[in-house]
Design a protein around this ligand. Sequence first.
Ligand code: C2O
Length: 536
Amino acid sequence: CAVRHYNFKVVMKNTRKLCSSKPIVTVNGRFPGQTLYAREDDTVLVRVVNHVKYNVSIHWHGIRQLRTGWADGPAYITQCPIQPGQSYLYNFTVTGQRGTLLWHAHILWLRATVHGGIVILPKLGVPYPFPAPHKEVVVVLGEWWKSDTEAVINEAIKSGSAPNVSDAHTINGHPGPISNCASQGGFTLPVQAGKTYMLRLINAALNEELFFKIAGHKLTVVEVDATYVKPFKTDTVLIAPGQTTNVLVSADQSSGKYLVAASPFMDAPIPVDNRTATATVSYAGTLSSAQTTLTIPPPQNATAVANKFTNSLRSLNSKKFPAAVPKNVDHNLFFTVGLGINRCPSCKAGNGTRVVASINNVTFVMPTTALLQAHFFKQKGVFTTDFPANPPHVFNYTGTPPANLATTKGTKVYRLAYNSTVQLVMQDTGIVSPENHPIHLHGFNFFAVGRGIGNYNPKTDPKKFNLVDPVERNTIGVPTGGWVAIRFRADNPGVWFMHCHLEIHTTWGLKMAFLVDNGKGPNQSLLPPPGDLPKC
Ligand code: C2O
C-alpha cells in the first residue's frame, strides 16, 4: 500500500460568485477544494497549515479512523483547533473502504467554503462490482452566501434567531447558467454519445438537502457513503449534507445539451426557498448556440420523491461485500432529535427566547478542551458519561408537544464497551416544527434497519426491521415527523461525535458523542496522540 502526501494551506482567497466578490477561507485558494485521492488501505498524510485569522480543523468525513481518532478532526471533540500560524499532520489509513467521501472544515461554519471530495479507489486490480465507466467526475454541491458566513452565524448566535439562508446553491462552485448572474456561466460536463460516466456526487452544502437531476437521462445509483448498493435506476437523487452518492449516467442521447439541476428538499412547514443550482451536460459535436433541454426539479416539499429514493437503497450484500448487520443488540437506545425554544433574556431578536436543538432534551455544550484528550489523559471535569439512553419526557413526539420543554445543557457522552452492538432509534419531534435531520456518526458506518412516519412503536416496528441487506452509510435522514433505526458495532475505540449535518442545527446543539472503551486484545486500543497534536 502507498503513502499519499498532501499539503493543505488554509488561505484567504478573493472569490467572485453571483456577480459579487468576497474574501473566503479556502484550502490552497480553491472553491470547492481539491479532491484527495487514495486507494483502499493506503496511508494518507495531510499537512494542514493555518494561514488565516480563524482557528481551523479538518474532518475526513466517513473515513473510519480505526484507532486514530486524533486524525478525525472535529474541533474540541477529537482535537483542539489548529491556531493561526500553526500546523498539524493528519495521519490515517483508509482501512477496508473504497468509494466517495468528503473532507471539510469542522469548526463553526468554515465548512461553507472549506471542503472537497475524497476518492478512494479499490485496491489495484480489483474491479468495481459494476461495468467500469468511461470516465469519472467529482460533482460537489454547495451553498453560497454573498455575505461573510462567519458573520452570518455569529449574528444568529447573538440574536438567538435563525440565520439568513444562502443566496445560491452551487454545482462544482457555480450557481450555473440559470441564476441571477447567468453571465458567470456554470459547470459543464462534456460527454460522448454511447459512453457511460460515473458522477461522484457530494453534498457539501451547510443547511440544505438537495434533489439532483439531469434532463433526459436516468441515473443508476451504485454506491452511497463509500459503500456499494444494489444498483437501481432513478430520475432523481436525494442527497443530504454529508452524504455522497455515485451514479452511472449513460450518454444515450445522440447529441445536444441537457440541464443538470440541484434543488432543495425541505418538507417542514417553514419558509421555502427555491434556489436551484444548474449545470450542463454537453454532447461532443453540439453547437454552442444549441438550446439546452430543460428539466423541472421536484417541488421543494416533494416528500414522495424523497421517500421513493430513500426506500430504494439496499446494501449490495454480495459474497465479496456482505452486509455485516449486528443480529443481537447490547445497547438499545432511543434518542429524540429536534428543535426547541429556551428562555434567553438577552436575546432581543427572539423576544427573550432563543432557538435551541437537542438530543434527548440535552443541548450539547462544546467543551474548551478536546474530549478525546480529556479521555486519553484522564482529565476530570471536561465531560460526564450520563447521556440519557431514553428521552426524559415521554410525550406524543409527532403531535402537539406539552408546554415548557426547555432543554438541559451539558457536555454528556454515552459510553459503549468495546465491540458491543448498538441499536439506536432516532425520533424527530415537532416541538418547534417537525423537520428532516441528516444525522452523521463519526468513526463508524451503520446499517439503516428501519424507518417510519409518526411515533416509533418499540413492540411492533422492530418486527419489520431489515437485518439482511439494509443500506450501510455514515449519514442518515431522520424523516420529518418520523423515525429511523440504525445498528452498528462499537469496534473503534475513542470519542466519536454524532450530530445533525445541517450546520445550523449543530450550532444550536443537536450533537452528542459516544465514548468507546479500549478492548483488551491486541490492536483494540486507541493509539497515543501524535506529538504535534494542537493545544487549546
Ligand atoms: Cu461531516 Cu461532524 O461532520
